[in-house]
Design a protein around this ligand. Structure first.
Ligand SMILES: [Zn+2]
Length: 148
């Protein structure tokens, strides 16, 4: 709320595009898991705070964080991790393995469904044969066919 007010007041009410930060929507409060909201800036830069704390007060984490410091740290870690291509290789390997697992699970499900379908069709065939030979009445057959 406060952040939005500050953003538009300098612009005489004209709607300026809301600046998005690199971690917008990704940062969570360590205490309640709620989102973090911009609460304005001071001399050291823009700050964020738990939005649940700010809006409903049901979170007790009132700490304010400099968002640029968080961004710097996250980017440092990412830069470090991506410099080591083994991490990327491992990611690709894990991704492929997961894809394979999902594919084989789908195949297993399909096989089970095809088996069940074949069983139903076979039972229906037998029932129709009984009906055609008058071994079973239409009244008896109707609910059985329905259930198949
Ligand atoms: Zn919180």
């Amino acid at each position: 709320m406060q952040a939005r007010k500050e953003q538009t007041s300098g612009d005489r009410g004209r709607r300026a595009p809301r600046a998005r930060r690199v971690l917008s929507g990704l940062l969570r409060c360590g205490a309640c898991g709620g989102g973090m909201a911009m609460i304005g800036r001071d001399r050291s830069g823009p700050r964020i705070q738990c939005s649940t704390y700010g809006e409903s007060g049901s979170c007790t984490n009132g700490a304010r964080y400099y968002v640029e410091r968080i961004e710097e740290r996250v980017i440092d870690v990412l830069r470090y991790q991506f410099a080591d291509t083994r991490i990327i290789d491992e990611y690709v390997r894990a991704y492929r393995e997961e894809r394979r697992r999902i594919k084989s699970e789908l195949r297993r499900n399909r096989t089970a469904l095809e088996k069940a379908l074949a069983e139903v069709l076979a039972r229906r065939g037998k029932l129709i044969e009984k009906m055609s030979r008058d071994l079973i009445s239409d009244e008896e057959a109707a609910p059985l066919l329905q259930s198949l």
